[in-house]
Ligand binder design. Sequence first.
Ligand SMILES: Cc1cc2nc3c(=O)[nH]c(=O)nc-3n(C[C@H](O)[C@H](O)[C@H](O)COP(=O)(O)OP(=O)(O)OC[C@H]3O[C@@H](n4cnc5c(N)ncnc54)[C@H](O)[C@@H]3O)c2cc1C
Length: 392
Amino acid sequence: MIDFTPSKNDQAAFDRARASALICRKYARYYDENEHEMAPETLPETEAFMASHPEIPPPGPEDSSYPTRLSRLSMIHYWGDYTVRLQRERGGLGNAALSAAGTDEQKKKWMGLCLAMAITEPGCGSDPSRVATTAVLDEETDEWVINGEKIFVTTGIRADAVVLWATLDRSAGRAGIKSFLVEKGTPGFDVPHKEKKLGIRADDTAAYVFRDCRVPRGNLLGGDETIARKGSGGFRGVMKTFNMTRPLTAAMGLGLAEAALDFTREHLDEAGITLDYTAGPATQTAAAERFMRLEGIFEASKLTTMQACWLAGEGKPNNMESSVSKAHAGGSVRVITQGCIEILGAMGISREHLLEKWMRDCRITDIYEGTGEIQRLIIARGLLDYTRADLK
Ligand SMILES: Cc1cc2nc3c(=O)[nH]c(=O)nc-3n(C[C@H](O)[C@H](O)[C@H](O)COP(=O)(O)OP(=O)(O)OC[C@H]3O[C@@H](n4cnc5c(N)ncnc54)[C@H](O)[C@@H]3O)c2cc1C
């Protein structure tokens, strides 16, 4: 039986995370309005908080409850503030790819660094098989020579290095695509600009350019290219990363939606509007009825997210479920935050409050790590047993 009741230890960890998330929330407006100003690794009040609230030891990644716990913690952190939290995270999406597809030696060398992941290019987004950045092996020097351009790289400024997708042979399509570990400061690796965005404005999203950038042969993720051809470090190996990160992305968006619901509930309460969960729609106020519908959407999304994480923890396939959680959350966080704004009217769009920011921040849930449309393609293929060629 699936049981999501948190253990006593986990509940204490969640309560602690919620208190610390509220510290981040105090800085949310500042870093939204001062786009690209980096939040310090430790916020002024955080050290005092840490001293008075000792860390509650979590179960390790080998524990089956680990992914579900991680999703709940992500939800809580982003309930505090998406962008300040994102800035303070040490690892990036590239760390997840390294963990899924790197050799032991590579993990030892690179895991302590913050690794971004760069797939998207000006001519390639939803369909990564169109990656045009090239990697050519220089047999004389035993180095890969990389040329190309990447855009919208999350944690692109803060990252120490990047897991970069490049093709060895464009005519080979997906089979030709490999990932490479490239450190900042390598000659030929430039960061020409930071992206300016609608939401998650404090997040350091960057563009990268590679011009004859040389990296050692061993920087191919998964080892040398003959091993990589068999799977590890190749397209499939790295795509597996998303089975865990997509539900976590869903959880982050849901954290914002929960913040919006809490804010709205509080203001409905102040306005004397009662939420009666036992009464039918005919006897509710329109605002209460609308609000409870939004709560229902939230619960459904949260459950799909936790189910995808639970499957990961049990070591069961979750490719389709992770897409269900991401697609569902991507849509529901928009409906919820916009619905809360509609219920509260002017208060909802005022910059005096964070609700309008949560609406902007949550939009990304349905874009990065595969848009909603792409998730629905994956779900349809899974349900109908279609191949990529059958349905694209
Ligand atoms: C803030 C931010 C951070 C990001 N971080 C990263 C990062 O760290 N690393 C990285 O590599 N990328 C990152 N991205 C890029 C992101 O992953 C892409 O924007 C996304 O995959 C969509 O690609 P695209 O923008 O090129 O849109 P396109 O692929 O051009 O798609 C345009 C529209 O067409 C739809 N569409 C495309 N193909 C199909 C299809 N087959 N069927 C139906 N509809 C389809 C899409 O859903 C979308 O609505 C980030 C983007 C943003 C905005």
